[in-house]
Design a protein around this ligand. Structure first.
Ligand code: HEM
Ligand code: MTE
Ligand code: MO
Length: 467
């Protein structure tokens, strides 16, 4: 018969390093998570904050842990129970760091409340070519900072021989103003389809982690030039830091290659307006980076600091996340240094109407969706099938014309088609082609990856036909 090992709080608190083993508690249970630390999807440094003590105050910040798969994972590391006499001191009443988050639109489908992550429902997403600000998808990793526009300063670290800048909002407005239409897509868009193949770690985005706005602001190349930066022969990166930070004071960060930042044709913006309005708080008020054609993760919000460095940002989100791997790589074999950070995204399209499982009337039907490709590549065609991919019809592209090599924004598309007679069910499929003739893979399994990013297989919805 097994007897449960009992530990005191003091014993637990002395296990905070790889040498002693790393222990944590949840409720009255004790866990040795030494082996898990380097595998933690949120990064080892975050997990280490809880080493030697209770997880509760930290997990209160990151509701992503309130899932059965996380509890099951933790259970594997259980080594015993806390001494019942050794009363767990009531943890310091942590005031809710999210209490000051903005009020959100009720139409948003919330994937996580704290931090806030939400997507517009598909039928609203393609209602407008420009996504209205209140329903633009939101991907936050941390509480939304509340920044005072009057005292806000953007720090630009100067080049050797140049000068560092501390720019107020007025200073930024004094640079020439550019306005461009750019689609932002999260690397995790359509992750839920990957989850159906095999579990992945990440938010369950459906087709709505993508939206389009008109962004206005100063060009990053103009601001960098004023700080003395120029394109150099050696590889260099522009690192961005947000003013949102976690309990350790670590800010959200990311970087892009200097070559893209300095290229006027790449149109990278320090944006202070979204669809003619000051940026909403959720989208980076007062200033964010907009990197056309590049994955959402590099469009750093609440921008505080810009520097040019010989290497990519050391941020967790640049180095330990937002990378793609072979389907057979798992959390115990992954080597994050072996893959490049995601920058440009592959060709993508999805059906927004009708919805999966819907019943459509016989006669004529309308199929709607979006299509977009990274790196400024234009969408040249969207093919739609009503019979699971046996035969195809070409959809009509709507929305703004795309500029060659600067196709930063999506095309919406639609197809009016007669519902094939005598069918009780339809398997509707869409796939897009960009101007490099890149196509989407037909199924998701061969592109499955442990983080569930780059999910761009043919999009399929199954509908019933009303008798
Ligand atoms: C994500 C487990 C401790 C912060 C996750 C996920 C798992 C996990 C399984 C991925 C969940 C999903 O996306 O479905 C654990 C375990 C812990 C632990 C077993 C303790 C032994 C902590 C601590 C912190 C933390 C102490 C913060 C101080 C995070 C964050 C993410 C995360 C921020 C989300 C990463 C992202 O998607 O951006 N954790 N965690 N975790 N964890 Fe933990
Ligand atoms: N910038 C900061 N400072 N903090 C963040 O959490 N999330 C990134 C990026 N910029 C993030 C950030 C990610 S992963 C995405 S997809 C986009 O912001 C989402 O931008 P949105 O919320 O305006 O749609
Ligand atoms: Mo993202």
């Amino acid at each position: 018969q097994e007897s449960t090992r009992i530990y005191t709080k003091e014993e637990v608190s002395s296990h905070t390093s790889p040498e002693t083993g790393i222990w944590v508690t949840l409720g009255s249970e004790v866990f040795d998570v030494t082996e898990f630390v380097d595998l933690h999807p949120g990064g080892p440094s975050k997990l280490m904050l809880a080493a030697g003590g209770p997880l509760e105050p930290f997990w209160a910040l990151y509701a992503v842990h309130n899932q059965s798969h996380v509890r099951e994972l933790l259970a594997q590391y259980k080594i015993g129970e806390l001494n019942p006499e050794d009363k767990v001191a009531p943890t310091v009443e942590t005031s809710d760091p999210y209490a000051d988050d903005p009020v959100r639109h009720p139409a948003l489908k919330v994937n996580s409340q704290r931090p806030f992550n939400a997507e517009p429902p598909p039928e609203l997403l393609t209602e407008n070519y420009i996504t209205p600000n209140p329903i633009f998808f939101t991907r936050n990793h941390l509480p939304v900072p509340n920044l005072d526009p009057d005292t806000y300063r953007l720090h630009i670290v100067g080049a050797p021989g140049g000068q560092s800048l501390s720019l107020s909002l007025d200073d930024l407005h004094n640079f020439p103003k550019y306005e461009i239409t750019v689609t932002l897509q999260c690397a995790g868009n359509r992750r839920s389809e990957m989850t159906q193949v095999k579990e992945v770690k990440g938010l369950e985005w459906r087709t709505g982690a993508i939206s389009t706005a008109r962004w206005a602001g100063a060009r990053l190349c103009d601001v960098l030039a004023q700080a003395g930066h120029q394109l150099c022969e050696t590889e260099a990166h522009v690192c961005f830091e947000g003013l949102d930070s976690d309990p350790t004071g670590t800010a959200y960060g990311a970087s892009i290659p200097l070559a893209r930042a300095m290229d006027p044709e790449a149109e990278v913006l320090l944006a202070y307006e979204m669809n003619g309005q000051p940026l909403p708080r959720d989208h980076g008020f007062p200033v964010r980076v907009v990197v056309p054609g590049v994955v959402g993760a590099r469009h750093v919000k609440w921008l505080g600091r810009v520097s040019v460095q010989p290497e990519e940002s050391y941020s967790h989100w640049q180095r330990r996340d937002y990378k793609g791997f072979s389907p057979s790589v798992d959390w115990d074999t992954v080597d994050f240094d072996s893959a490049p950070s995601i920058q440009e995204l592959p060709i993508q399209s999805a059906i927004t109407e009708p919805r999966d499982g819907e019943t459509v009337e016989s006669g004529e039907m309308t199929i709607k969706g979006y299509a977009w490709s990274g790196g400024g590549r234009a969408v040249i065609r969207v093919d739609v099938s009503l019979d699971g991919g046996l035969t195809w019809q070409v959809a009509k592209l709507d929305g703004e014309e795309q500029r060659p090599r600067k196709a930063w924004a999506w095309r919406l598309w639609q197809l009016q088609a007669p519902v094939p007679a005598g069918q009780k069910e339809l398997n509707i499929v869409c796939k897009a082609v960009d101007d490099g003739y890149n196509v989407q893979p037909d199924t998701v399994a061969p592109i499955w990856n442990l983080r569930g990013v780059l999910s761009n297989a043919w999009h399929r919805v199954h509908v019933f036909v009303a008798p």
